[in-house]
Design a protein around this ligand. Structure first.
Ligand SMILES: C[S@@+](CC[C@H](N)C(=O)[O-])C[C@H]1O[C@@H](n2cnc3c(N)ncnc32)[C@H](O)[C@@H]1O
Ligand code: SF4
Ligand code: SF4
Length: 527
């Protein structure tokens, strides 16, 4: 397939200029040619290989690049894992929400690591993880400081990994200050995806988030610092987009500082070719010792976050499944296996990179993914003929693989799906404190969980005890355990179909479950 064929595909894509750059980059064309199972039609650009779940309107070439990336494809995050290596300790700016000195092994949040690694230690760890978790497809450098404030360590690590494990996709995260200086190096290092944190495009707002930056051997503060930062971030984003690198923008939502302004940020990054926008809630507690934590700045509620994400949904894809991972995270996004891969443990492991074993395992994962999609589509065929304006939100307890496979009492998070006659759409996550502690249910925790999922009509679980079951029913949330270990989409659509049927027959009355925009004292839990 040639370049012209791809141009036909992208002419329908609004962000034409930058998508064209991504599609025309030699690397993508090579990856398409190498993708033997794919019989993409040159005329339509529609792929006939593998799972199409979550592809939406993406050109097939772009989909091929993101379909196994757990952060860039919501569907992939059920099946594929990522890892971060903590080789970049230093930072060139200060954010009022970041304190990398506060480390806690039991905590999962950005900037936290148990141990920092040299590039050589990092590549050994990558091989160890790739062998133990063959569905690990992506390596990211996300701190604990800034990847580009530590360029020697970052690019040495990426070079060593490319040599040892050429099938692993490479990512890095940066605040963007140094980005314009490293675009060529990033392209040469074969980095697939770059994340830039952009919290403002207005320096007056920036001055409330960044106390200082260090640029060209000089420290800047206030509005001047924020102006330099925003100019460099947007310039770096444009340069990467023109070179065909897929960019994700992280924005931290800080109530009363940049919450309303993030719609402007969304527009600015969309027009400069960003691929994905990830608006994340501020994590802020005094124990972390951050400026915001100490001055009482709150994070947004789950509903405030969803409302803002909905307002930005449009031309750019919104990421809603981010887990705000540690800088040494390992595993599927919803799990953290970093404790299994400490440097001591990795040094003792017999590490050997087996590409064929990884390919065979990933083929099995892909087959499972295809079955899941087919099952969901079959169920949807039954419901899509129904004329109904009803939309309901449901919560699902899952450990991954697209299955309802977690007990209510053990769930640390629920995945939220919006059900309608168009199908089951993933719309976000709710983190909760597990109901079961040392084998016993905690009454207090049940009421907090019920509050956290109060906008849901039902909660799908693999198993649930009698007490929480009756508590949920009393609160008007239906506990559904009849689909244990079955696929999420297929089961939730089947339930929705039955629900609509009962409403139509007058057996139940549909009530839209509203929630107050702000619940007193309501926060998104940080861990
Ligand atoms: C630890 S940083 C490392 C990469 C890079 N230094 C940066 O800031 O983009 C990874 C991400 O975590 C976010 N982050 C750090 N502390 C946070 C907090 N307290 N609440 C929410 N997000 C936070 C950053 O904004 C960034 O998007
Ligand atoms: S840029 Fe990243 S590492 Fe640096 S202070 Fe901000 S969040 Fe922390
Ligand atoms: S922090 Fe978000 S974007 Fe980064 S690896 Fe975790 S889930 Fe993916």
């Amino acid at each position: 397939m040639g370049v012209d064929a791809c141009r036909g595909v992208i002419s329908v894509v609004e962000r034409g200029k930058y998508i064209k750059a991504a599609v025309n980059s030699g690397k993508i064309m090579q990856s398409i040619t190498e993708h033997k199972g794919c019989r993409a039609s040159a005329k339509t650009g529609r792929a006939s290989c593998g799972s199409q779940a979550g592809r939406g309107d993406l050109p097939v070439e772009i989909w091929e690049r993101v379909k196994n990336h757990p952060c860039y494809s919501e569907d992939a995050h059920h099946h594929y894992a990522r890892m971060h290596v903590a080789v970049a300790p230093a930072c060139n700016i200060q954010c009022n929400y970041c304190n990398r000195k506060y480390d806690c092994a039991n905590e999962s949040r950005p900037g936290v690591v148990s141990e920092k690694l040299t590039p050589e230690q990092a590549v050994r760890k990558v091989i160890a993880v790739a062998t133990t978790i063959p569905q690990m497809t992506v390596l990211g450098i996300a701190g604990p400081g800034d990847a580009l404030a530590n360029p020697a360590k970052t690019f040495k690590t990426l070079a060593l990994v490319t040599e040892a494990a050429p099938d692993i996709k490479l990512c890095l995260s940066t605040n963007g200050l140094a980005l314009p200086d490293y675009v060529d190096t990033i392209v040469r290092a074969k980095v697939d995806h770059v994340t830039i944190t952009i919290n403002m495009v207005d320096p007056e707002i920036g001055a409330k988030i960044y106390p200082w930056i260090f640029f060209n051997h000089k420290r800047y503060t206030g509005i001047e610092a924020a102006r330099i930062l925003t100019n460099r971030q947007l310039q770096g984003l444009e340069m990467l987009s023109e070179r065909g690198i897929l960019c994700k923008i992280n924005s931290v939502m800080i109530p009363n500082i940049n919450d309303d302004h993030l719609v402007e940020v969304n527009k600015a990054v969309t027009s400069r070719g960003a691929f994905l926008h990830n608006i994340m809630p501020l994590i802020s507690v005094p124990e972390h010792g951050t400026a915001f934590g100490l001055n009482g700045q709150r994070g947004p509620t789950a509903q405030e976050l969803k409302t803002l994400q909905d307002a930005c949904e449009g031309k750019i894809n919104m990421m809603r499944h981010c887990r705000q991972c540690r800088a040494d995270a390992v595993g599927l996004l919803g799990e953290d296996r970093s404790a299994e891969f400490t440097n001591d443990q990795v040094m003792k492991m017999d590490v050997h990179y087996d590409l064929e074993m990884r390919k065979a395992y990933q083929k099995r994962v892909e087959n499972e993914r295809v079955s899941k999609v087919a099952a969901g589509q079959k169920e949807l065929a039954g419901v899509s003929g129904e004329m109904s304006a009803i939309t309901v939100l449901v919560a699902v307890a899952t450990k991954g693989s697209g299955l309802i496979n977690e007990h209510f009492g053990h769930a640390k998070e629920f995945q939220l799906y919006e059900l309608s006659t168009s199908g089951a759409k993933f719309v976000g996550l709710r983190r909760v404190e597990g109901y079961c502690q040392a084998g016993y249910g905690e009454e207090d925790r049940l009421s907090v969980i019920m509050r956290d999922i109060r906008d849901c009509h039902a909660v799908f679980v693999a198993k649930i005890g009698g007490c929480p079951k009756s508590g949920l029913i009393k609160a008007g949330i239906e506990p559904v355990d009849q689909f244990a270990y079955e696929y999420i989409e297929k089961s939730t659509i089947a339930w929705f179909r039955a629900y609509v049927g009962k409403v139509k027959r007058g057996e139940i009355q549909h009530v839209q479950r509203g929630v107050p925009p702000r619940w007193p004292g309501d926060r998104i839990s940080a861990a």
